[in-house]
Design a protein around this ligand. Sequence first.
Ligand code: FAD
Length: 572
Amino acid sequence: MQKKKYDVLIIGSGGAGLSSAITAAQNNMSVAVISKVHPLKSHTVAAQGGINASLGNISSDDWRWHAHDTIKAGRGIADEDSVRYMCQSAPNIIKKLEKIGVEFDKLENGKINQKIYGGQSTNFGDGDLAHRACFSKDRTGYNIMHKLYKKAMSLGVKFYNYYFALDLLIENENCYGTLCWDIDKGKILPIFANNIIIATGGYSQIYATATSAATCTGDGNGLANRAGISLQDMEFVQFHPTAISRIGVLITEAARSAGAKLLNRDGDQFMLSYSPQFKELATRDVVARAIATEIMMGRGCGDNKEYVLLDLTHLSAKYIQDHLPTIFENCQSFLKIDPSNKMIPIAPAAHYTMGGIPTNFNCQVVKNSKIIKGLYAIGEAACTSVHGAGRLGCNSLLDILSFSEKVIESIQKSSPNYMEFNLAGVEKLLNRWQGVFGKHDGSIDLLKLKSNLQTIMSQNVGIFRSEKQLLKAFELVSDIEKSLKKYKVTDSALEWNIELQNYIELCNMLPSAKATISAALWRKESRGAHWRFDYPLSNDSDFLCHSLCSTNHTVNKNDVRKISPFHCDKKA
Ligand SMILES: Cc1cc2nc3c(=O)[nH]c(=O)nc-3n(C[C@H](O)[C@H](O)[C@H](O)COP(=O)(O)OP(=O)(O)OC[C@H]3O[C@@H](n4cnc5c(N)ncnc54)[C@H](O)[C@@H]3O)c2cc1C
């Protein structure tokens, strides 16, 4: 039994987890981080394109213009207090990253270089496209993560690597730790803390083709759901327009920023008709829907007309290798092509999840309008909600880094949460997990259940949705849930038990999938990343709000936090 009680326990060691661990340690708190994979295998290392900040190094910029674009991409349901905080803190975040050694690409004058990314404008949308994304070649997340990890280690943060969080320890709406599985040593044990931060990342692995790491199984949603917490804005799943067809490997927006064009089977640059102003650099939902429409209308390429082409052939091999090395490597490894002389077959893939665990502006987790004391959520696991119905490219790294400061500030301001260990509560949860082992008749194939879930979601709850498809998906996913309830984990060893890990992850994916479907059914309109064939228009009078999906799948509206008058308003 773990005796030590930490000031802060962080579940997850991606960019959000590591960065909040650093801030906590710098404020003299005792900090522990648990992670189901090694920190440097967390999904954030895969972030390629960059991180937004209105530095104005190439042309003038302003955090208010950045906030305007963020709110616009969120289609009216981003919480404005969060947006204002994030955009305003961006330049300082970049300074802090440079201070810990992150090397951004530079201009000849020594200032940080900045790229144009989709949906980013100047002068409240009236000016030119904004140069706002700071980048480290196309390995921005990788470079940031290595420096964050080194810094956290130097500050004495305690890492529990290969520890899998199974359940939150909560009593009387007071969180005092987590029950976890030590995958390496084969033990199940509690870790106690005065404050717990969930930073477990997103849930896009509920789809068959996703650009995210296999670890993004929405475990935070599972933890929250088992604690009776509703999930917010789950219908908003961002599909990245350009992933390698069939396998979902990302071709970052930086390619389009470097002038890549999208072509259909007739060689037409179709974005000219879908978005004459922004073309390939329109927001992701617009480009993804355009590609999906081309494919749906039979204008896709290949024998099955299932992809369109991304043309980077205006660039030399040397340029791509120097500036977009990950794209070059991925084209070589997965397609055996050189993108400077052959076009890339691409199709949209699930990429980022705007929904998750509902928090207030201070990152405190909210259950039935009440704060759970000592429990916080940040990063892609959380719905803070800074992205609303659609996230702008390069705003997520900024989100995870800025809110990892906010969460520690908020812990410092809260009255201390000295909840005592509740051993009876721990034992009850332990018994529940022991019940998952046993014999089963072999009729249920766990991995088949997982791939069926992913296929159902991709086929019915993708870029385009309809009531008929969503109802069908709900029924099919409920069948999977029933089968999983009958399933017993046959291998009772606890060390590196892959069957157990697959089982727990599927248990966590199901509430995310069902909440995504339920919220998509409830939102009888189209907004941002959520598009209904049967309700193609936005309906502000009924749906300019968040959705909140309870554990029994009833969905209610939750108000958007608006600031009035908001400073980024053109007229203010
Ligand atoms: C291919 C790709 C490229 C991207 N590029 C960019 C970009 O250029 N710019 C940008 O702004 N955004 C980008 N994004 C989005 C961005 O990378 C993510 O939103 C962000 O990295 C999420 O960080 P996080 O810390 O919240 O989660 P993650 O990095 O996913 O970390 C989650 C952590 O939680 C741990 N964990 C999960 N479940 C458990 C559990 N049950 N128990 C213990 N530990 C657990 C994991 O081990 C991991 O350490 C990209 C996304 C993708 C898919």
